[in-house]
Write a protein that binds this ligand. Structure first.
Ligand SMILES: O=C(O)CCC(=O)C(=O)O
Length: 281
């Protein structure tokens, strides 16, 4: 897997986005997360309520669990790659975590939202394709990801197939693992076949799973309902953008300057139309 430092990203963003599209479909960023943030995030995820499947725990919607997560969804070097791939109005689709404890089972090989049920052909537009990307996954390694501890496996080059593997053997024969140490970040194309692997070590293996989507794809999780007001009040412009808090009906930033008479949408999610009605879409 192509491995880079944060300092290299700015000059190589287009090459890195192309690696996600045409290359192996995954990139590792090293030395990004401060140890204190790592420890803080790990502790909060471990204490959070989760859906349990044996020794595997899925924690959903973690943005409200602490400021550390607000920082982790807007890491500039990650966003430089995400925005080059998906456009600079990209939004968050999901912010969760997958904990695989010792003895935890792996997952079935899959592709991610919005491709996740692509076998339901009738649910997708005619001529649906990978002509341009609709997803970028980011895994922040909160623990070491080793072959033994069940590091995520992915099948390089499968991002164009737009289908699930036919058999587990087909996946296993093509896959590699996203090995790394706690604090590393793996950015990958969610259209690549991938899955968590079984944890056969004696240590927990947890990944913070961030999903980014182009501005026009509906988020996978409802990230706003229940988000404490304090998070919205302290949100940076970048976080507001990632949560799609502006431009919910008309994004004036998308309009040419001579359309400046279009009113700025209010920040509370409602928008007064010329006709005087409101829409809270
Ligand atoms: O935790 C992992 O290694 C991968 C998780 C994943 O692919 C998912 O939950 O969709």
């Amino acid at each position: 897997m192509l491995t880079i430092t944060p300092q290299e990203v700015a000059d190589r963003a287009e090459e890195l986005a192309d690696e996600l599209l045409d290359g192996e479909g995954a990139i590792r960023l090293t030395n990004v997360i401060e140890p204190a943030d790592l420890a803080d995030a790990r502790e909060r995820i471990r204490a959070a309520p989760a859906d349990r499947d044996g020794e595997r725990y899925r924690v959903w919607n973690v943005l409200h669990l602490g400021e550390v997560f607000e920082r982790m969804v807007q890491i500039p070097e990650v966003l430089a790659i995400v925005d080059t791939l998906l456009g600079d109005r990209a939004t968050l689709g999901s912010v969760g975590a997958n904990r695989v404890l010792p003895g935890g089972r792996g997952q079935g090989a899959h592709i991610d939202y919005p491709y996740w049920d692509v076998y339901n052909e009738s649910a997708y537009p005619r001529r649906f394709s990978t002509a341009y990307p609709l997803n970028c996954q980011v895994t922040i390694l909160l623990d070491d990801f080793t072959a033994e501890s069940g590091a995520t496996a992915w099948a390089p080059g499968t991002q164009d197939l737009l289908q699930f593997p036919n058999t587990r053997d087909e996946f296993d024969s093509r896959s590699k693992q996203m090995i790394g140490v706690a604090g590393d970040i793996v950015i990958f194309n969610g259209a690549c076949w991938h899955c968590a692997m079984p944890n056969e070590s004696d240590a927990e293996r947890t990944g913070l799973l961030l999903q980014y989507l182009p501005k026009f794809v509906r988020p996978m999780e409802d990230l706003l309902t229940g988000l404490p007001t304090v998070v919205l009040e302290r949100a940076t412009p970048t976080l507001r953008r990632l949560l799609n808090l502006h431009g919910r009906v008309v994004d004036t930033a998308d309009l040419p300057d001579d359309c400046a008479e279009v009113p700025e949408p209010p920040r509370d999610g409602t928008y007064r139309t010329d006709a005087g009605g409101t829409s809270g879409n």
